[in-house]
Design a protein around this ligand. Structure first.
Ligand SMILES: [Zn+2]
Length: 244
């Protein structure tokens, strides 16, 4: 089963103004200067969604989830905290900052501070991949990367993936996924200001796997299961130790 290529959809903020407001209230440096992003009008829609360094995020489960399953998610998610100065407080409450739904098959997450905008009646993350799935660890790391405000690496402004676009559309169309969704989650490049000067990293946990048959020529990316060196370096830079 080509489950490695199922889409994880970071949920788009429906209200950009509110998304920007909560991001800047959390951390003023989430505002990107107009000069770094080109035209100022465009820059208004370009801001990062990182949490304040040192912040504690409560994490809870939205639906009834076996304790072993919860523990497996927590163990993997905490890998990020070896590098990022944040805290996860796993709580027995469906009203936590990060609310995980494990009941379905989809995997997706709000990006960073957008979780604050989600209705308390909604989950902020879906983790449908179960602990006995070989992709479980990768999926949990990837979705928690979105929690930390990270975007898709294959959409890095310097990503040089030679997509065979008609074949890519056909692949996802067969799964009932339309072209616009493919564009948003795979093909559209993120603004270079949001890449924060990092180099493109095809070993990033935030990179989808790419099949040979979906590219032109000899090009593919396997399934990345672990945090890459650059993933670790990046979150350490974004979430540094706070000096008192
Ligand atoms: Zn994703």
């Amino acid at each position: 089963m080509m489950c490695d290529l199922l889409l994880c959809k970071p949920l788009p903020a429906l209200d950009i103004a509110a998304s920007r407001r909560v991001a800047l209230a959390e951390r003023p440096t989430n505002a990107l200067s107009a000069s770094s992003s080109g035209r100022s009008k465009r820059a208004l829609g370009q801001f990062s969604k990182f949490w304040a360094p040192g912040r504690t995020l409560t994490v809870g489960f939205f639906n009834e989830t076996p304790v072993e399953h919860q523990a497996a998610i927590e163990k993997v998610a905490r890998q990020w905290l070896c590098w990022a100065n944040l805290k996860f407080d796993f709580v027995d409450s469906p009203f936590a900052d990060i609310r995980i739904y494990t009941g379905g098959e989809d995997n997706y997450s709000q990006v960073g501070t957008d979780a604050l905008l989600a209705s308390p009646m909604d989950a902020t993350m879906a983790l449908g991949t179960k602990p006995d799935d070989p992709l479980f660890g990768r999926t949990v790391l990837h979705e928690f990367g979105h929690v930390l405000g990270l975007l898709h690496e294959h959409q890095h402004p310097k990503a040089d993936i030679p997509w065979d676009v008609p074949k890519l559309y056909a692949y996802f169309a067969a799964k009932g996924i339309d072209q616009q969704t493919v564009d948003i989650n795979l093909l559209d490049k993120i603004d270079k200001a949001l890449a924060k000067g990092t180099a493109y990293d095809r070993t990033s946990i935030m990179h989808y796997s790419v099949l040979q048959e979906q590219t032109v020529g000899d090009w593919e990316v396997g399934i990345n299961h672990t945090l890459s060196r650059r993933d670790r370096k990046f979150v350490r830079r974004i979430y540094p130790e706070v000096v008192a």
